[in-house]
Design a protein around this ligand. Structure first.
Ligand SMILES: C[S@@+](CC[C@H](N)C(=O)[O-])C[C@H]1O[C@@H](n2cnc3c(N)ncnc32)[C@H](O)[C@@H]1O
Ligand code: SF4
Ligand code: SF4
Length: 284
């Protein structure tokens, strides 16, 4: 489904309409899954397996804000997989936050463990593509990764495009079909990442489905508000001490997601995100 959406979005939808299409898709995804599963549960989980990155893209908060270097302990990752297994999780799993997952030399092992524990889930690895090789693409696909989504930025193309091309050009189609590629530029509608990044064409939103669709777990095991919570200022619980479903079902979190789905943006980060504006510089 992700591949179909990406294909349509990248090739057939005009740039200006992409964010609106995404909003419609997100609403359909949330209400559809609620009907299908009979409960309010995330359909995507993003796990910060490592924090490091080898780029400072202008469109990303990393450009101006350092991030502590660290990795999620393997036992914590395993414990989280166990929690997802408890609910027979079949949505999307991605080793992502503001990191480059291919810098983590455990990536193949972690993805294989994910596939073993969650045979029906969809595994999508977001990457800047700079470290891809034919060998690691094959190893990741063999480990159970469904899609490698390569995003490159205009400013990095000179450094990364050749690497990327060399990685895929001789791959058999059976592997290459798992790799998707997109270039993001300053003219693309992009998120301000909760008011941290001065993008040229900011995405706005009237409602937020993001926090209802996606559970984001940082490398310490903290469940944070959403993928825009770069500093982890909005922690809802920790999967090292509580089950992820109990965190998700906590009344205050349920109420917060409901407010967001109805366009009630009380937090500063959400106001900036929804309006496509910037927040005052952070002191961290
Ligand atoms: C933060 S990156 C981390 C993974 C990897 N380092 C990468 O760049 O693909 C995760 C995803 O966010 C996207 N992204 C980064 N900055 C963005 C922005 N300002 N608006 C929308 N998407 C953004 C990237 O293209 C990527 O698909
Ligand atoms: S967008 Fe990805 S590659 Fe670029 S700085 Fe952010 S995390 Fe790193
Ligand atoms: S509105 Fe708030 S919760 Fe929703 S994506 Fe933006 S920052 Fe995250």
């Amino acid at each position: 489904m992700l591949n179909v959406l990406l294909f349509v979005n990248d090739r057939l939808v005009p740039k200006a309409a992409r964010a609106h299409l995404r909003e419609v898709y997100d609403r359909a995804d949330y209400y559809g899954s609620r009907l299908r599963l009979g409960r309010d549960i995330f359909t995507q989980i993003e796990i910060e397996t490592n924090t490091d990155c080898n780029r400072k893209c202008r469109i990303c908060p990393r450009h101006k804000n350092e991030r502590e270097v660290g990795v999620m302990p393997a036992e914590l990752f395993e414990a989280l997989l166990g929690q997802l297994q408890d609910i027979d999780f079949r949505g999307r799993v991605s080793p992502v936050f503001y990191n480059e997952p291919l810098l983590d030399d455990r990536l193949v092992t972690l993805m294989r463990a994910t596939r073993t524990r969650l045979p029906r889930c969809s595994i999508v690895v977001f990457t800047n593509g700079s470290l891809l090789t034919p060998q690691n693409i094959e190893a990741l696909v063999d480990a159970g990764v469904d899609t490698l989504l390569v995003s490159q930025y205009q400013q990095n193309l000179r450094a990364d495009a050749a690497t990327w091309a060399a990685a895929v050009q001789d791959l058999p189609l059976s592997y290459r079909r798992h790799v998707r590629y997109r270039i993001l530029g300053d003219e693309d509608p992009l998120s301000t990442s909760g008011g941290l990044v001065p993008v040229r064409v900011p995405v706005t939103r009237s409602r937020c489905m993001q926090a209802s669709l996606s559970c984001v777990v940082d490398f310490r095991g903290n469940v944070v508000l959403c993928c825009n919570d770069y500093f982890g200022d909005h922690v809802l619980g920790n999967v090292g001490t509580e089950h992820v479903v109990d965190i998700w079902n906590r009344p205050a979190f349920v109420e917060l997601r409901k407010q967001l789905r109805h366009g009630d943006f009380r937090r500063e980060i959400c106001q900036a995100c929804a309006q496509g504006t910037l927040r005052p510089p952070q002191s961290k």
